[in-house]
Write a protein that binds this ligand. Structure first.
Ligand SMILES: [Mn+2]
Length: 423
């Protein structure tokens, strides 16, 4: 299932050059007095570390407790990185820390200071600062103040004239357009996810638990050299497939069920997002087939619309209209406005470091964007839910379906199931 993309990165492009180009683009967005402060995530106690995506995007550093600061003053763009001072006692428990030299070599950021100097350095800059874009995050009941908010609080109270904004608004236009290296990571994540889905389709039997399918898929992902899911996998049989964000994966699969898998591996923090459905028996039931084919026909028509200049709003409207047409023709609904009874989400989102990536809901597509296309029909009364989701790259003239190697035609899926059941 390898991709046939031609221009592979050579390997000569280091993290420093790739992220350096991104920071150049960021620098071009900053006016005099405008700054960016990006906090790496913290290491949780006995938890696997996951990096803040904006931090990783701009520095390439997959380590906790770092801060990136950049700004333009008197026309000149300056950037520096704050790292932890090594502490021999902590290193016994946590292993060696990233040194200033290593951080500089990996990221290509030449000026490095220690975290305990952060406020001193910042107070020196503050009188010239007009605006700061930071990865503030969002407050929640269990998190009234995020770590970046907490860290910027002294600055906010001492220098109330500085406007502090969300970083996402600034970097979204950059992250929305993927470079070749990013597309390669997505392709790898998609290929491995697809092969894992085939594995599941060829090994599932009635009476298995949903989480057994999850285990098969995750085993495949890790055996293929990828470490993480991109998001909590949805493995939903029968009625559970009609719950849009069912993540419990804890029910027993019955003969006659249709199984929906909405899953994606992550490759270097780039997430696949694929949905496939298959019957637990050797064949789709006539009703499953009817609903599935209706969704598939619409999905293909929507994919065909994708090209630079098309908008997500156009894709959404077309999906709703065509699904309504399909539902009317099979007698599921009596008037087009009833479509929302069985289809209640939008058809596309941007895909990248975040499964629901930056880019917005009203966006106009441009070359280098990657979006999902995922129409569905959900009928709880019939214990049936169908969604089909592919990942699509917007190219100069149109599009390329990055997940085209993963079967979705009824005949192909039935063939796989028959092979599985003969075993
Ligand atoms: Mn999706």
């Amino acid at each position: 299932m390898a991709s046939n993309r031609k221009e592979k990165t050579t390997g000569a492009e280091t993290t420093a050059t790739i992220t350096g180009l991104r920071r150049e683009k960021l620098a071009a967005l900053l006016q005099d007095g405008e700054n960016v402060i990006v906090f790496a995530n913290l290491q949780g106690n006995l938890e696997k570390f996951t990096q803040d995506n904006n931090f990783l995007y701009l520095t390439g550093l997959n380590y906790p407790e770092l801060i990136y600061v950049a700004g333009r003053f008197a026309g000149k763009f300056n950037e520096l990185l704050f790292v932890e001072r090594g502490d021999p006692e902590r290193e016994v428990w946590e292993g060696k820390k990233l040194t200033a030299e290593e951080a500089s070599r990996i990221s290509g950021i030449s000026r490095v200071r220690y975290l305990d100097e952060f406020y001193n350095v910042l107070s020196g800059m503050a009188p010239m600062m007009k605006k700061i874009s930071a990865n503030l995050g969002f407050t929640a009941l269990n998190r009234p103040l995020t770590f970046p908010m907490y860290m910027l609080e002294p600055l906010r109270s001492k220098h109330p004239q500085i406007e502090i904004k969300q970083l996402n608004d600034l970097v979204a236009p950059l992250r929305k357009v993927k470079d070749t290296w990013e597309i390669e990571q997505l392709q790898k994540a998609i290929d491995v996810t697809g092969e894992g889905i085939l594995d599941v389709m060829q090994s599932t039997e009635a009476r298995m638990m949903e989480y057994e399918l999850e285990a098969t898929l995750f085993y495949y992902i890790q055996r293929s050299g990828l470490k993480h899911w991109g998001f909590a996998p949805i493995i939903a049989a029968g009625i559970n497939a009609a719950t849009l964000h069912y993540e419990k994966n804890e029910c027993r699969i019955k003969a006659g069920d249709l199984v929906l898998m909405d899953v994606g591996a992550s490759c270097n923090n780039y997430s696949a997002d694929i949905t496939r459905c298959f019957p637990v028996g050797a064949k789709f039931s006539p009703r499953q087939k009817q609903i599935y084919q209706t969704v598939l026909d619409v999905q293909k028509r929507v994919i065909a619309m994708i090209k630079p200049g098309a908008t997500l709003a156009q894709l959404n409207n077309a999906t709703r209209d065509w699904l309504a047409e399909g539902m009317l023709s099979i007698g599921l609904i009596k008037s087009a406005d009833e479509v929302v009874k069985y289809y209640m989400h939008s058809v596309s989102h941007f895909l990248g470091m975040d499964t629901h990536d930056l880019g917005g809901r009203e966006a106009v597509l441009e070359e280098g964007n990657v979006i999902t296309v995922e129409p569905g029909i959900y009928i709880p009364d019939e214990k049936l839910g169908v969604r089909i989701e592919d990942d699509v790259l917007v190219t100069k003239r149109g599009h390329e379906v990055l997940s085209k190697a993963i079967p979705k035609e009824i005949a192909d899926i039935e063939k796989l199931r028959q092979k599985a059941l003969r075993k």
